[in-house]
Design a protein around this ligand. Sequence first.
Ligand SMILES: Cc1cc2nc3c(=O)[nH]c(=O)nc-3n(C[C@H](O)[C@H](O)[C@H](O)COP(=O)(O)OP(=O)(O)OC[C@H]3O[C@@H](n4cnc5c(N)ncnc54)[C@H](O)[C@@H]3O)c2cc1C
Length: 431
Amino acid sequence: MTEARPVLIIGAGLAGLRCALSLQEQGIPYLLLDKASGPGGRIRTDSVDGFRLDRGFQVLLTGYPEVRSVMDMASLDLHPFRAGALIRRNGTFHRLSDPFRHPADTLRTLAAGMGTFKDKLRILSLRRAARSSGVSEQGHRPAGRSIREALEDRGFSRDMIEGFFRPFLGGITLNAELQSDEAFFTFVMRMFSDGHAALPAGGMQALPDQLAGRLDASRLMWNAEVVRVEGNHSVILSDGRRLEGAHVVLATDMYAASEFGAAGGQRTWNGTTCLYFAADEAPISEPVLVLNGEPDDPTDAGWRINSVVVPSLVAPGYAPEGIHLINISCVGVAPGSDTDLEALALTQMRSWFGPSVDTWQHLRTYHIPRALPSQHAGSLNRESIPLQVSPDGPVVCGDHVTTSSINGALASGRAAATYLIEHLALRAPAS
Ligand SMILES: Cc1cc2nc3c(=O)[nH]c(=O)nc-3n(C[C@H](O)[C@H](O)[C@H](O)COP(=O)(O)OP(=O)(O)OC[C@H]3O[C@@H](n4cnc5c(N)ncnc54)[C@H](O)[C@@H]3O)c2cc1C
C-alpha cells in the first residue's frame, strides 16, 4: 500500500518543527523541507575554537508557555541570568534588581541614581499588572498603543524611559524608539515575572535541535530550496523536482513568505549586529545583562551598541575553561567595515571597563538585517488563531504572523497543525 500524501512543510525553524511534531503525534505524514543544511532557521549556534556563538544575542524566557508545553526543559540544561540589569548611564553603572528575586538588592535599586523613587515604585506596579495579565500572547486585543506611549501614560520619567526601558525593551524588540505594540511588552513582562531569562548549556540551537531530534529523520529534507508554491498542494524545488502533498504549510521567515506572496505586508524587519570577543578576564563578575543607557551619540544614527553580556558567566559551556566569551549587541545593523566597528566597540568598552579591554580578542561579527519582524503598535493580529489561511493557498505560519519571538513561532506552528487537523480534517492513514 502506498503512503498517504504528506503535508509539505516548508521551513524548519521553530514554527515548522513545531508543526511537524504536532502532525507526527497524530500519525499524519509530513515532509519537512529546508534550504539550509539543518534545523533552526534564525536560531543557530556556531562552534568556533571551543566557543559557542549564537547567531545574534538571544535568550530563552523560561516562562514562555509554548516552550514549557513542548520542550523537555530539564534536558536543555538551562542556566539563568541574574534578574535585573546593570545600566550604564551618566558615565557609571547603576543596578536595577528585581526586588522579589533579589531582596538584598532592594535598597541599592531604590537608591540607584537613575530614574526617580516613584519610577521604581511604578516598576513594581507594572510587575503586579503583568502578573495579573493573561498568560497567552493571543489573549489580548491589539493594544494599539506603543510601548513608549504606555510608559509615558504610566508616568515614568524620561530618565527611566531613556536609561532603562529603551535599551531593555529596545533590545528585545530591536526597536530603540519603543514603537512596538504594548501588548507584546505586557506579555514579555509577564514572562520575566513567571520565569528567568536563560541560556541552554549547549547554546540556543539546543532548542531546534531538541525538536528536530524527536522527528522521524526520514521525513526531514535538508538543502531543499522551494522556488515555487502552486496552490496548496504542490511545491517546486530549485533542482526542478515537483513534490505533491496533502497540503502545503509555509513556515518560512517573513522575507521568503513575501517572495511567495504570502506575507501580511504591514511588518518590516528590525536588524542587529552582534560582536563576540574572547578574554582571559570577564569585565563583570556576575551573569547579568549590561545595558547601554547613555543618550544617543549623534554619529550612530540608525544603530547603537545596546548591551553587553558574558555568556560564559551564565552558562560555562559557551567558552573553553579559563576563558570568557563576551557578546556586544547592537540595535540596528552597524554600517561600515567590521574592522572599524570592532575598533569603535572596543573604544566604547574601554570607557566602560578600563584598559583590560585591550586584551580582548575578536572572534566574529554577525550582521543580521532580517532578525525580527517589526511589531509596531496595532500591527499584531491577536484576534484570530496565529496563522494565515487563504482558501486556495498554503497555510502560513511563523513569527511574522504572531509575535517576533520563540513563543510566537512555536504557537503558530502548533496552530497550523491544529488547523489542518480540525478544519481540513487531515487524518492519520488507516493502517
Ligand atoms: C538576532 C536574533 C535575536 C533574537 N532574540 C530572541 C530572544 O531573545 N527571545 C525570543 O523569544 N526570540 C528571539 N528572536 C526571535 C526568534 O528567534 C524567532 O522569532 C524564531 O526563531 C522564528 O522562527 P520561525 O520558524 O518563525 O522562522 P525561521 O527561524 O526564520 O525559520 C524559517 C525557515 O524557513 C527556511 N526557508 C526560507 N525560505 C525557504 C525556501 N524557499 N525553501 C526552503 N526553506 C526555506 C529557512 O531556511 C528557515 O530555516 C531572535 C531572533 C534573532 C534573529
